[in-house]
Design a protein around this ligand. Structure first.
Ligand code: LLP
Length: 425
């Protein structure tokens, strides 16, 4: 990551800001994001399309901080949302409703109503039952709902099973063979209008071939629809481009775009359709670090494991605990003389699964700062309050310096919605 550098005294800096200064000012644990890294990723992706019509719909779930959404909105991004809450966030941050696609298998009636009232660009529909509900809500509002069917292309994204979504045994999308019947159904329903086809095959994909396979399957469906006289206005191939956490070699943005456009642009009709992508991790993952301080060292007296207990935990960053993800961890100011040693980097939460990294060779002393790299996506957005831990602060760094974009949660706010009934007072 070129936004991560070391100063003359070896202090880790993010976009030129020394992380020990950030810790001194904002405390720990804190998520710190580089604005230029996000801008660079967005530009890299949009530039890869050249003048081909396209839209990048940022997957809000990756990092839904209002400042990050406002930044992406300014860059021209659309948004992929999966809840009424995410819709509200995008609108609050100044995102354009017509550039929103609404994904998700379980949209409630209220969420559908909220989306149709706001005028989102389309609803990515995942079942026949959902179509029926959208039709009813649209009829009630007197509007026509723009629909894209999310099809399940049954391709293996070769990623972690928890983040693989395009296999026929996953809950996502409609089976691709069922799609023509559903498009016919949409065509007959005056409250619905088909505008697109979409698919999303998974996350942290490090090989372009599953994307190309999915594109081919979507085109085969398009051919069937064309024969039936069904016209569409866009194709959406989802998100999922992987990033480098340690030694992965993910494709570049250009590789990703080339892999799909080289399939799509050979098709006489598809080549004229705007292409949408829904990247989350690629845009924000590399930009962020989770900054944390070593509370205690517990070296093993003989040959057992030695623990570095830090102030960030699985509630702050669940990826290692949930997927066994390996994320790089660096000392912010490595001691130049101390010998490195293998540490289990663990948090204070009362679970054996509470770890950020296993067996990391680092020179650590009590009070030192560490940074977990590549934590800009699915870090804060998956955080919880387990063990009554307030969520971490969030800071955005740009050439003007560091700005707090998310205050550390106070304990009072954690119980603000709770109450003790009179019988227990
Ligand atoms: N579109 C849809 C419909 C999605 O479900 C997702 C992610 C994306 C786009 C964005 O995928 P991305 O480009 O960020 O890979 N928590 C996991 C990733 C779960 C992704 C869920 N869906 C992780 O930390 O690796």
């Amino acid at each position: 990551y070129d936004h991560l550098t070391r100063s003359a005294d070896q202090t880790l800096c993010l976009e030129g800001c020394a992380l020990d200064q950030i810790a001194a000012e904002f405390g720990t644990p804190t998520y710190v994001y580089s604005r230029s890294a996000i801008e660079r990723a967005y530009t890299e992706l949009t530039t890869a399309f050249g003048d081909r019509p396209h839209r990048i719909c940022y997957a809000v779930k990756a990092n839904s901080n209002l400042a990050i959404l406002a930044l992406l909105a300014r860059l021209g991004a659309g948004f992929d949302i999966v809840s009424g809450g995410e819709l509200a966030r995008v609108l609050k941050a100044g995102g354009a409703a017509e550039k929103i696609v609404f994904s998700g298998v379980g949209k409630t009636r209220d969420e559908i109503e909220q989306a149709l009232r706001a005028g989102v660009g389309c609803l990515n529909v995942e079942s026949e039952a959902e179509l029926a509900r959208i039709s009813e809500v649209a009829a009630g509002l007197g509007v026509v709902a723009p629909i894209s069917l999310r099809v399940n292309p049954d391709v293996d994204a070769k990623t972690h099973p928890y983040i693989s979504t395009g296999l026929k045994d996953n809950k996502f999308g409609v089976p691709i063979e069922q799609a023509p019947a559903l498009y016919r159904h949409i065509a007959r329903d005056a409250n619905l209008k088909a505008v697109g086809i979409d698919c999303h095959i998974g996350s942290q994909i490090t090989d372009v071939s599953p994307f190309a396979d999915a594109a081919r399957r979507v085109l085969a469906l398009l051919d069937t629809l064309v024969l039936e006289g069904i016209e569409l206005a866009h194709l959406d191939l989802g998100g999922g481009l992987g990033i480098r956490y340690t030694d992965e070699q993910p494709p570049s943005a250009a590789d990703w775009v080339d892999a799909v456009t080289s399939v799509i642009d050979r098709h006489p009709i598809a080549r004229h359709l705007p292409l949408m992508l829904e990247p989350g991790k690629f845009l924000v993952g590399p930009s962020g670090v989770l900054l944390s301080r070593v509370e205690y060292l517990k070296p093993h007296p003989s040959d057992g494991k030695s623990f570095a207990i830090v102030d960030a935990a699985m509630n702050d960053l669940v990826r290692p605990a949930l997927y066994g993800s390996v994320m790089a961890i660096e000392a912010v100011k490595p001691d130049p003389v101390m010998a490195a040693k293998d540490w289990e980097i663990v948090g204070p939460v009362c679970e054996t699964g509470d770890f950020l990294g296993h067996g990391r060779s680092l020179a650590l002393a009590q009070g030192d700062l560490i940074a977990v790299l590549g934590a800009g996506a699915y870090g804060f957005s998956m955080a919880s309050n387990y063990n009554t831990r307030g969520r971490a602060a969030e800071v955005l760094v740009d050439e003007r310096g560091a700005t707090l974009i998310g205050a550390r949660e106070s304990v009072e706010s954690l119980w603000a919605l709770e109450s003790i009934p009179p019988s227990l007072m």
